[in-house]
Design a protein around this ligand. Structure first.
Ligand code: GUN
Length: 293
């Protein structure tokens, strides 16, 4: 059984990006620059955004973190986004989700310049993804593709099951895996809370991507021997013995599934780290597009 190690695969992606950034500096050019907006102080969002900023630094990118109060109104947030859209020094913009209730996430997503939309959530970029055109691929599915590529996991002709249909992970993942790409060409089944025969479907899968946000949901009896199992779950579960008072749990019951799978991603240390690699790749892509535009 192969552990698909996010630390190793992400480090390989980051190393290439760092070399590119050093080459840009040697040519007297500016660095790729990511702007992240964090609204409020949701603990998980704080951690993710801090990690995004830290990874920018490690890769030689510039980053700007804009923190806004959770009481901010929608118009003020939209105005901050418009400023970043028109700032020539900013290549990529991300607004960490979820947002407080008074703000429409859809309006926020649509306010970001599609050419700076490094999350790939803007409908224009989602449309491009569906049509197989060059675009920003949402960071988590992108990271999973990069992971499959790093470990040279064959996907062509395989049956992939994606559990979860979110705009952030499940839906774009299903599109990518069915696309005519090196890490695609799968027959894809997308499952969700209304799928009645989930276990039977999972047992047919060569590749399972679990992205439903239910800790330990995928158990060994749902997995075909030698399947590849990708765990996207990152739920905080209370644990008084842990230093922070919680542990991060994946959607897969790792210990038991690992005995059956041919390859599996751990949580933590798997897909989460690849999400950042996907985001950094998108930021470089935004920089290059803008520099050539
Ligand atoms: N919240 C959870 N995942 C993501 C992500 O990939 N991007 C943003 N902006 N927010 C998120």
């Amino acid at each position: 059984m192969l552990v698909l190690d996010g630390k190793i695969a992400a480090a390989a992606v980051k190393e290439l990006l760092k070399t590119k950034t050093e080459q840009l500096a040697a040519q007297g050019k500016r660095k790729p620059h990511l702007a992240a907006i964090l609204v409020g102080n949701n603990g998980a969002s704080e951690t993710y955004v801090a990690s995004k900023v830290k990874n920018c630094e490690e890769t030689g990118f510039a980053s700007t973190l804009i923190r806004l109060a959770d009481t901010i109104d929608e118009a003020s947030l939209l105005s901050t986004i418009h400023e970043l859209n028109s700032n020539p020094n900013i290549d990529g913009i991300l607004v960490q989700l979820p947002l407080p209730k008074q703000i429409s996430e859809q309006k926020v997503i649509e306010a970001i310049d599609p050419l700076k939309d490094v999350d790939g959530f803007h409908p224009i970029n989602v449309g491009k993804l569906v049509q197989g055109l060059s675009t920003f691929i949402p960071a988590t599915p992108y990271g999973i593709i990069l992971m499959l590529e790093h470990y040279q996991i064959e996907t062509k002709g395989k049956h992939a099951i994606v559990i979860g249909r979110s705009n952030i992970v499940g839906r774009p993942m299903s599109i990518l895996l069915s696309s005519n790409l090196k890490q695609g060409n799968c027959t894809v089944t997308i499952c969700h809370s209304h799928t009645p025969n989930l276990k039977e479907l999972c047992l047919q899968a060569d590749i399972i991507v679990a992205a439903l946000g239910k800790p330990g949901f995928v158990t060994a009896d749902m997995v075909k021997p030698s399947a590849v199992v990708i765990d996207v779950g990152i739920t905080r579960v209370e644990d008084s013995t842990a230093k922070k008072g919680f542990r991060i749990k994946g959607d897969v019951a790792y210990e038991e599934v690992a005995t059956k799978a041919s390859a599996i991603t751990p949580v933590p240390g798997g897909v989460g780290l690849m999400t950042i690699a996907g985001l950094l790749k998108n930021t470089m892509h935004a920089y290059e597009q803008r520099a050539n535009g």
